[in-house]
Design a binder for this molecule. Structure first.
Ligand code: GLN
Length: 287
């Protein structure tokens, strides 16, 4: 492919154009604007070898983010490896809600942090927040720590390894718990399709009906929340009713869901404590 121009690569068929753009930018170390401005640029031998390797990997189904090792989320760039879920734009809603409802000098717990995107975006945007982030996978925590260091928030995030609440030190209570848990049912055919085939199974599915992580989070959260503290969870398009019912049954108040940009109920949550106290304890948004 040496000598081939950027323009001719842009007109390749059989591969998504935006994928070619990202991979080409990565192979040549150029932004999209630079690629467009210099579309007649002809690739050197080593550049051609790099891009053809990337294109082959992509054609075999590997997600673009695993080829480049990075992914943008909430206007920050994150390192991603096949040990972590590729952050999705829908999850930005959880970050926005956390920033909206967290009080000053709050303590936040992010459960199942993966690449660390939620914990890091909140810590980056709100300098007075102290964050604890957990994951069952030590490899994922390594990626999350690197991301925290890269974004210079590692001094405000404590990383802990373990399954849900067993990862935590006893007796600490948080102002908010957020989680984007594995919520795909094990028999969902999507697990066998597209990018999902390459992502860590434990980040995608509970290997059951897709609801067990919500049960663990809702049941365990009260022992770790302060009075009036929020539990906010991302979920699938058809899981809001289940999650809200579980929250109410456990005694949470101000229970509701929030829709993503596509209009799909994407996050559900509630506050721990007495309804009246919650009104006085801070925000009453959501009532
Ligand atoms: N919190 C991370 C994210 O939202 C990882 C979630 C997961 O592994 N299920 O991308």
């Amino acid at each position: 492919m040496a000598g081939v121009s950027v323009r001719s690569l842009f007109s390749l068929t059989g591969i998504d154009k935006s994928d070619v753009r990202v991979l080409l930018g990565y192979a040549l170390g150029k932004t999209h604007a630079q690629l467009v401005a210099d579309a007649e640029y002809c690739l050197s031998e080593s550049e051609a070898e790099r891009i053809s390797n990337y294109l082959i990997r992509r054609t075999h189904g590997e997600p673009v983010s695993y080829v480049t090792g990075r992914r943008d989320f909430y206007s920050l760039t994150f390192r991603v490896t096949p040990s972590v879920l590729i952050p999705r734009p829908e999850t930005e809603l959880l970050v926005e809600l956390a920033l909206e409802y967290l009080s000053d000098h709050a303590q936040l717990l992010d459960m199942g942090t993966g690449s660390g995107v939620i914990a890091i975006c909140v810590a980056h945007a709100k300098e007075d927040v102290a964050v604890t982030a957990t994951d069952i996978s030590p490899e994922a925590l390594r990626v999350a720590r690197k991301n925290a260091m890269y974004h210079q928030v590692a001094n405000r995030i404590v990383f802990r390894s373990g399954e849900w609440f067993s990862a935590l030190a006893k007796g600490i209570r948080y102002d908010m718990i957020v989680s984007n848990p594995p919520y795909i049912a094990s028999d969902d055919p999507h697990l066998q399709q597209g990018d999902l085939r390459f992502e860590p199974a434990c980040a995608l599915t509970d290997k059951k009906d897709g609801l067990s992580a919500f049960c663990a989070l809702v049941d365990g959260a009260p022992a770790c929340l302060k009075e009036g503290g929020w539990l906010l969870m991302e979920h699938g398009y058809d899981q809001a009713d289940f999650v809200c019912a579980r929250l109410r049954a456990r005694g949470f108040v101000s229970v509701r869901n929030w829709r993503d940009l596509a209009g799909i109920p994407r996050v559900s949550g509630g506050r721990w404590g007495n309804e009246d106290l919650c009104c006085f304890a801070g925000s009453t948004i959501g009532k």
